[in-house]
Design a protein around this ligand. Structure first.
Ligand SMILES: [Zn+2]
Length: 267
């Protein structure tokens, strides 16, 4: 057993598109190596508010991170802050807003793109600030951090699916193919992560609509997948809220925390 956690956030991935297009991940589900849940994004269904929600368990209305241009550090304990304070190693390959929320704001690419500083909440980071930064490069950044620094908690956060949705909309071959592409890239690395016993969560912040955007209450903007892999999860048919992901990760990491989580999701 391994209590290390890898959280993969595929930005802007709608639930139905995940179910239809992620052949490898859904293959894992068919072979009982993963369980797929669905969850509703908190509101507004926007990226930065929901990064904060996933990583702190605090909904946007409560966190104050209510739109994408709220450029400041989080005011709440996060998986990163709790893990770092309790002697764990933290790492992230993620969009630069994550660096702004938990490390330093505003983001300075010269200083922050490559981060190695044990005193920061995210101790090892490779951050990017291009929405079209290739998912393949991003996953390689995450794998580099994993192999080089052996983090207890690793966030891997890709942007191409969201970016493609903004260009072509939900019901487009381009959007669906970007999801298929992410699935293929993940299939290069997940077998090793599974073999090494990591506890793995794969989810999204929000979905996408046919207006090439998201932010509101449409089902296609709010419904996102959650795949759980690993022996610390119960794999039972339970309801999991987006605000409970942080607590779930904290529990698996063995952290002392006050975050909400669904106990039935754990083994
Ligand atoms: Zn977006």
């Amino acid at each position: 057993m391994n209590d290390k956690v890898i959280l993969v956030v595929l930005d802007g991935l709608n639930l139905k598109v995940a179910q239809d297009c992620l052949g490898y991940l859904n293959g894992l589900v068919e072979y009982k190596k993963a369980t797929q849940y669905s969850l509703y994004s908190e509101l507004p269904s926007l990226s930065r508010p929901l990064y904060e929600c996933i990583l702190t368990g605090v909904a946007p209305i409560e966190s104050g991170i209510v739109h994408n241009n709220v450029t400041r550090r989080s005011l709440f304990e996060s998986v990163f802050s709790l893990a770092q304070a309790q002697g764990k190693t933290t790492a992230a390959a993620a969009y630069h807003w994550v660096s702004e929320l938990y490390n330093r704001s505003p983001y300075d690419p010269v200083r922050d793109r490559h981060t190695h500083n044990e005193s920061l909440q995210i101790q090892h980071g490779v951050f990017y600030h291009w929405d079209h930064y290739p998912d393949e490069a991003l996953i390689l950044d995450g794998e580099y951090l994993r192999q080089e620094f052996d983090p207890d908690f690793l966030l891997v956060h890709s942007m191409n699916i969201d970016d493609t949705g903004h260009k072509f909309g939900l019901d487009s071959p381009e959007y669906r193919n970007s999801a298929r592409h992410a699935d293929i890239i993940l299939s290069n690395f997940l077998p090793t992560w599974i073999e090494e016993g990591y506890q793995i969560l794969i989810t999204s912040d929000h979905g996408m609509n046919n207006d090439k955007s998201h932010g509101g209450t449409l089902i296609e903007e709010r419904e996102v997948p959650l795949y759980l892999i690993g022996d610390r999860f119960s794999h039972l048919d339970v309801a999991i809220k987006q605000t409970e992901l942080c607590g779930l990760v904290c529990e698996v990491l063995g952290l002392t925390h006050q975050k909400a989580f669904n106990e039935d999701a754990l083994a």
